[in-house]
Write a protein that binds this ligand. Structure first.
Ligand code: SF4
Length: 164
């Protein structure tokens, strides 16, 4: 059975078109990076512990999923690292336990920490910056979509995306 977060063919087409629209917006990557820099400042102020176990990138094993917005997917595609390792489980940018997309990783990767002391502020910061991301879609006139990471990547990989 297909997972509930799977995109239908129609949804894939909508996402592909929305990502193409976003990629055409001048300065998109810079705007996303500016927001990510603010996320980092908020995290630095709280100093959560990260043991670099890489477990959180093994989605099924860890028991959570990563979701991304249209603009993030588009900004990622503009600077997508060549090295990935699709294996069906987990994130394909985790190789040898390390993130090979660290500099351009999505917001959800930046704000998540398994450190129990992060629980108090994590959700609050997630909502705050997610609202900012949503607003940026409105400002840039890009349809806001929120999709599971691997589903989004498979749309970027589709031959139709290459010609969009
Ligand atoms: S992009 Fe990097 S940090 Fe995010 S899930 Fe993939 S390997 Fe982990």
């Amino acid at each position: 059975m297909r997972p509930a977060y799977s995109l239908s063919t129609d949804q894939q087409i909508v996402l592909r078109d929305a990502v193409a629209t976003a990629k055409a917006r001048p300065g998109l990557a810079g705007q996303i990076d500016a927001l990510y820099a603010e996320v980092q400042q908020a995290i630095d102020a709280r100093k959560p512990r990260c043991d670099v176990s890489g477990k959180c990138c093994q989605f099924e094993k860890f028991g959570h999923l990563l979701f991304v917005t249209t603009l993030e997917l588009a900004a990622f595609d503009l600077r997508r690292p060549a090295n990935d390792q699709p294996d069906g489980e987990g994130c394909r940018y985790q190789i040898g336990g390390l993130c090979t997309a660290h500099a351009v990783r999505p917001f959800g990767c930046r704000v998540f920490f398994c450190d129990p002391t992060a629980e108090g502020w994590q959700q609050e910061q997630y909502e705050h910056f997610h609202t900012r991301l949503k607003r940026l879609h409105e400002e840039l006139g890009v349809p806001y979509l929120y999709v599971e990471w691997r589903q989004g990547l498979s749309v970027l990989d589709s031959p139709e995306s290459a010609t969009a």
